[in-house]
Design a protein around this ligand. Structure first.
Ligand SMILES: [Zn+2]
Length: 189
């Protein structure tokens, strides 16, 4: 899919963004991990309207680009297609830790969630990871992946669960604290 680099002048300054036309229903605006703005629009939407859309959200775009470059904070989740290989790799790195304890390899699902980093359906053998994790440091992503994998052995957060976490990842509490720096935020519609 071809991307077009466009530039709009706004009262807050010029904004560059990448425009993609797709078979979708609504206009989508997001800030990528590298801080660039990306807009995808349905086929019926003109480029001028895409420009207007970006202009109307100039303060949001500039604020999130600023935060992204200052903090590296994943305020806007990467798209599923971008997140899947990154999250698959995290699960592949962590699974060998729980395999010897008898955990069957789970299926991985990825989706954006606003209130949690991951979840585990231990009875079905499904681990779900938040696409936003693809934009955080690898060590923090691994922590979440391992946490959900350990749920395959201990569905609740009882002493058994934490004993395994302590044994497999002694610094997991430090990683959990670091993860709290990151906020989950939806882009405006
Ligand atoms: Zn848990």
């Amino acid at each position: 899919m071809a991307e077009e680099l466009r530039r709009v002048d706004t009262p807050l300054g010029p904004i560059q963004y990448f425009l993609t036309v797709k078979s979708i229903k609504n206009i989508n605006l997001r800030i990528r991990a590298d801080g660039t703005a990306a807009v995808s629009v349905p086929r019926r939407v003109s480029k001028a309207r895409a420009d207007d859309f970006v202009r109307s959200r100039a303060d949001w775009v500039l604020e999130h680009q600023r935060r992204r470059t200052e903090l590296g904070t994943p305020l806007v989740p990467p798209e599923k297609g971008e997140a899947l290989p990154v999250l698959t790799a995290a699960l592949e790195r962590m699974y060998p830790l729980v395999a010897p304890l008898g955990a069957k390899k789970p299926a991985l699902k990825v989706r954006f969630m606003t209130s949690r980093w991951g979840s585990c359906h231990w009875a079905k053998g499904i681990v779900t990871l938040n696409t936003a994790l693809a934009a955080v440091e690898e060590g923090l992503r691994d922590y979440v992946a391992l946490h959900e994998l350990v749920h395959l052995l201990h569905p609740d957060h009882g002493p058994g669960f934490y004993a395994v976490m302590d044994a497999l990842m002694p610094d997991w509490q430090t990683r959990r604290r670091a993860l709290r720096r990151y906020a989950l935020e939806r882009p405006p519609k």
